[in-house]
Design a protein around this ligand. Sequence first.
Ligand code: NAD
Ligand code: AHE
Ligand code: ZN
Length: 370
Amino acid sequence: MQTRAAVAWEAKKPLTIETVSLDGPGPGEVLVEIMATGVCHTDAYTLSGLDSEGKFPAILGHEGAGIVREVGAGVTSVRVGDHVIPLYTPECRQCKTCLSRRSNLCTSIRSTQGQGLMPDGTSRFACEGDTVFHYMGCSTFSNFTVLPEIAVAKVREDAPFEKICYIGCGVTTGIGAVVYTAKVWPGANVVVFGLGGIGLNVIQGARMVGADKIIGVDLNPAKAEMARRFGMTHFVNPDEVGRDKVVQAIVDLTGGGADFSFECIGNVHTMRQALECCHRGWGESIIIGVAPSGTEISTRPFQLVTGRVWKGSAFGGARGRTDVPKIVDWYMDGKIEIDPLITHVMPLEEINTAFELMEKGESIRSVVVF
Ligand code: NAD
Ligand code: AHE
Ligand code: ZN
C-alpha cells in the first residue's frame, strides 16, 4: 500500500513529507493506522546524528496511538479495529528477560529493531526506489506502519488518541521510572533534573505516590510554572545558585541529600550531579536521559562505596502490553494528567515545527494528528 509519512533522509536535515510504499503485515505482525504521534526528544537526538543506532533514510517517531487495520497470519492477541499503542519496548512474555520478571527489556526482537528492520530482517518501507528504515520498531511519523503483535498494547476505545499517544513514551517513561524502577515511597524526597516532557511526568509520578519534597532543576525558569502545577515543591535554577553549587543546594534543601533523583536531560554532567545530591547510605539516582554516543559518566567511586546507587530506566521499567493499558486507565480515571502537557498540536505537514519548538524550549509535548 501507499502511505503518507515524514521521512528523515539524513541527519540534521528537516523531515520531508512523502508518499511511501509499505508492505503489509507478515506472520505475527499487524498493520496499524497511526491516528496521532508525539514528538519526543529522542527523535531529535537521533535526527541530530548522535545516536549510534541512527540509520537514514528512516521514518522516525515512537510515541503513537492508532487502530489495527489488518492482521498477519497467526496473530492472536489483537484484532482488526482494536485501539493500540505501539511499543518500542515490546513484551513477548517468552524470552529470558520477560520470563525472569526482573526487567522490562524484552530481547526477542531488539537486534533487528536496532538495525531499523522488522524481525525478519527486512524493511517494509520504500520511497522512490530507496529502502527506508524503521525506527525503534515503531515509525509513528507514518500514517500506516507495520509492527509485530508483541509490540502493541491494546487499550480501551474511549481514550482519545491525541492524548494517549504520549503514553507511548513520555508519560510511561516518567511515571514508570518512579513507580516501577525506583519504587519511590510515600514521604521520600525526590529531585528531578530537567523539567521537559519526561521530567514533568516524573514529578507527577512522585506526587502520585506521596513524595514529600519534589525538587525540580532546570536552566529554563519558564519550565517552573508547569512543574509547580504538577507537584514540584522547590525549584533550583543552576544559573542562580551557581552551576557548581547545585549539589550543595539540594543537600541543604533535603537535610542531607535526596532519597531519589532522576536525570531527565541526557547530559553526563547533570548525571553526576544527580548521583552526588543523593543521601549518603541509600540515595538512588535513576538515569533516564539519553546521552550522546561516545560520552561517559564519571564520579568518585567513594560516592558508591558510601551507599549511593546509580540505576537506569528505559520506558520507565514498564512491561508494555501489561502496564500501558493500566496507565491509560489512570489517565481516563483522572489519576494522572496529560492534557496540559500537550502544548502544541499540528498536522503532519508541520512536523518540523515540533522539532523547532522543542529546540527552543517553547513546547513540552507537540502532537501530530493525521
Ligand atoms: P525536553 O527537551 O522536553 O526536556 C529537557 C529539559 O532539560 C528542558 O526543560 C531543558 O531546559 C532542561 N535542560 C537542558 N540542559 C540542562 C542543564 N544542563 N541543566 C538543567 N536543565 C537542563 O526532553 P524530554 O523529552 O523531556 O527528554 C529528556 C531526556 O530523556 C532526553 O535525553 C530523551 O532522549 C530521554 N528519554 C529517555 C527515555 C528512556 O526510556 N530512558 C524515554 C524518553 C526520553
Ligand atoms: N539508540 C540509542 C539508545 C537510545 C535509548 O537509550 N533509548 C531508550 C528509549 S528513549 C525513548 O525516548 C531505551 O529504551 N533504551 C533501551 C534500548 O533497548 O534501546 C543509542 O544511544 O545507541
Ligand atoms: Zn521517547
